[in-house]
Ligand binder design. Structure first.
Ligand code: PMV
Length: 334
């Protein structure tokens, strides 16, 4: 019995090519629009959880540091969803490690909630389908619904009010287009001031461009799917780049004004635009933070890395390939 209450899972982060930005239901996290992402093999979260009668309350450590306050509350809320499904009141000890800084716009919430969902449901002996895992992960962080899967993933908006049709599925796995690379450029380790949750809420409520943004999504989803089908890096890159700019345009036109970019962000964008003008197939995307991600093919990687190495503001570079689905592992963190 004891062994069934402890489990460890590892999940990769993902980067959205068509961004999720805005909720139609805040409580159970239902999006206003569908989104598509690539799961990234080099950025991941490993989480060990143990449910135990002796445990008086839920405890959480991330990268060795005890976590309390709002962050812990969010995790407890997520565990409560899983405890209801499993029919238990047992409290848990959780330890988690990221191999990249959290909350700096590197999608740590996606890998974190995907890993937590898989570890907790496994520890409690629930054998859930991926669709179910995606629905649960979604409620912790929308983008986590996609990190359950590897390769290219779509999170469908869904129509139902109970969220039962708002889950992600795999378009193609990580082996389908192995030449794709995503270069994640870290310019700061600082946690962002306005979290995506808050940012998308302000945007939806106040940006005059929000409605227009939503009207462009269907075409972007169609184009990204076509680009994947035809392995067309130009269509994929262009669509993802414009989609990201559109998302940030809605944030910039919100009130209070929301600018996620730092001066270094602009510097990198200018550099990539210049590369594009010279015919290099490098495209950028940015989430709710200052970090830039560059999408390209393996054959152009070295040339692009060389150019980027001239930008001294870049602190760290992670080169990612399409990553695998979230999975359980036997090596526990404690
Ligand atoms: O999953 P959240 O609540 O961290 O929101 C993610 C929002 C973006 O990263 C900006 C876009 C996306 O689809 O991942």
């Amino acid at each position: 019995m004891k062994s069934t209450r402890k489990a460890t899972a590892i999940a990769n982060a993902n980067i959205a090519l068509v961004k999720y930005w805005g909720k139609r239901d805040e409580k159970i996290v239902l999006p206003e629009n569908s989104s598509i992402s690539i799961t990234l093999d080099a950025l991941n979260t490993t989480t060990t959880i143990e449910f135990n009668e002796k445990q008086q309350k839920d405890t959480l450590k991330i990268n060795g540091e005890n976590i309390s306050g709002e962050e812990l509350k969010k995790i407890i809320k997520h565990l409560d969803i899983i405890r209801v499904i499993a029919g238990t009141k047992l409290k848990a000890r959780i330890e988690s490690t990221n191999n990249f800084p959290k909350a700096a716009g590197l999608a740590s919430s996606a890998s974190a909630f995907a890993a937590l969902t898989l570890a907790a449901t496994t520890a409690l002996g629930l054998k859930l389908e991926k669709k179910q895992l995606s629905i649960i992960a979604r409620q912790g962080s929308g983008s986590a619904s996609r990190s359950i899967y590897g390769g290219f993933v779509e999170w469908q908006r869904g129509e139902k009010e109970d969220g039962s049709d708002s889950y992600a599925y795999q378009i193609v796995d990580e082996k389908y287009w192995p030449e794709i690379r995503v270069i994640v450029l870290q310019i700061t380790e600082q946690e962002k001031k306005v979290k995506s949750r808050e940012g998308m809420k302000i945007t939806k409520e106040t940006s005059p461009l929000y409605k227009a943004w939503l009207e462009t999504i269907e075409k972007d989803i169609k184009d990204i799917k076509q680009s994947i089908k035809e392995k067309d890096i130009e269509l994929l890159g262009k669509t993802a780049q414009v989609n990201a700019i559109k998302m940030h345009a809605t944030a910039m036109t919100a009130w209070p004004t929301l600018i996620y970019w730092q001066p270094e962000t602009i510097k990198i964008l200018k550099e990539i635009i210049e590369m594009q003008e010279q015919g290099t197939k490098a495209y950028f995307t940015i989430d709710g933070g200052p970090q830039v991600k560059v999408i390209c093919l393996e054959k152009d990687l070295q040339k692009i890395l060389k150019k980027l190495s001239e930008i001294k503001e870049i602190q760290k570079t992670y080169v990612c390939k399409p990553g695998e689905e979230a999975k359980t592992i036997t090596k526990h963190l404690f």
